[in-house]
Design a protein around this ligand. Structure first.
Ligand code: ATP
Length: 293
């Protein structure tokens, strides 16, 4: 079985406060894009889970989210057979694009299918939050409002068709560092999440982009000005809006025209500001994982 694990961007990211348990209360508009890792999964005669990946610097044992997801389901359903998995990553790691979470989502869907466990999407999503707050969304895909710690999801109409240019600079930002650089009482600009939902519902892309925002941006850009440089380059070259995704450092630009995006991609590559440059588009929920075989 070969499954695609799609990346996400945050069209809007707001943090409302810190809960007593240490987690932050978020309000985000999530959007799946057509950039993906590939997870191959098959039964094996040897019991247990084996995993290989194309990246030597990420773990391939129980610390990998794919492994955690598969183990969680296999333990619950007392699966005695083994599985072997191969993960081919293209989504930048620790980049604010939910790469690991989406890989875990693919593992949930894959194990459910491979062993005919019969779990519905909702039932998978309920278990998925144990592996990570973004994993239920990565199972659901499409455009969604995420609240709570990111696990309370409300479907919203699909964002109007647009093109997305991804640029990841060669710096690494952990989610922990992003929170350390965020001072809740000093947030000056917040995205207008409710306004964005209204614009999306009306199909008004131009109005929506004017309300986008990510409260992590000032703290992270203060440390890594290259993020601002990539944003400026995209906006000077036709992006309706360019913004950092999640806790960064990846920047994405929203375009209403694919030729304009391709030109901006070429200029961004030339500039060498970004280590990864990828031109793509949004992904419509249609069918979820159903098209992957
Ligand atoms: P998010 O947008 O959810 O914050 P992220 O892009 O910051 O995600 P990931 O790429 O998902 O972060 O992974 C971050 C860390 O998790 C890495 O340091 C890596 O070692 C570990 N990890 C575990 N499993 C995976 C996986 N399948 N793919 C990538 N990283 C993984």
């Amino acid at each position: 079985m070969r499954l695609r694990a799609l990346a996400k961007i945050n069209l809007g990211l707001d943090i409302l406060g810190k809960r007593d348990d240490g987690y932050h209360e978020v309000r985000m508009i999530m959007q799946t894009i057509q950039m993906y890792d590939v997870l191959e999964i098959q039964r094996s005669k040897t019991p247990g889970i084996s995993l290989v990946t194309n990246l030597p610097f990420i773990p391939s044992d129980e610390r990998n989210l794919v492994y955690k997801a598969a183990k969680l389901l296999m333990d619950e359903f007392h699966v005695e057979e083994g599985i072997s998995m191969k993960l081919d990553k293209s989504i930048p790691v620790a980049a604010g694009m939910a790469g690991g979470s989406s890989d875990a989502a693919a593992a949930f869907v894959g194990v459910n299918r491979l062993f005919n466990l019969g779990l519905s999407e909702q039932e998978l999503m309920k278990r998925a939050v144990k592996v990570g707050a973004d994993v239920p969304y990565c199972i659901m895909r499409g455009t969604a409002l995420a609240e709570g710690i990111g696990e309370k999801l409300t479907w919203i109409p699909q964002v109007p068709k647009c093109y997305v240019l991804v640029g990841k600079p060669g710096v690494t930002v952990s989610t922990k560092m992003a929170y350390e650089n965020l001072h809740l009482d000093e947030i000056k600009e917040r995205p207008d999440i409710d306004g964005m939902i209204r614009d999306i519902t009306k199909g008004d892309l131009h109005a929506m982009v004017s309300k986008m925002g990510n409260v992590f941006e000032p703290g992270i850009i203060g440390r890594y000005p290259v993020i601002q440089e990539i944003k400026d380059l995209m906006e000077e070259n036709g992006a309706l809006k360019a913004m950092m995704s999640g806790s960064g450092p990846t920047v994405f630009g929203i375009f209403d025209d694919s030729d304009k995006m391709e030109k901006a991609a070429a200029i961004l590559r030339e500039s060498r500001l970004a280590k990864t440059v990828f031109a793509t588009e949004t992904y419509n929920r249609g069918g979820g994982f159903a098209n992957d075989k």
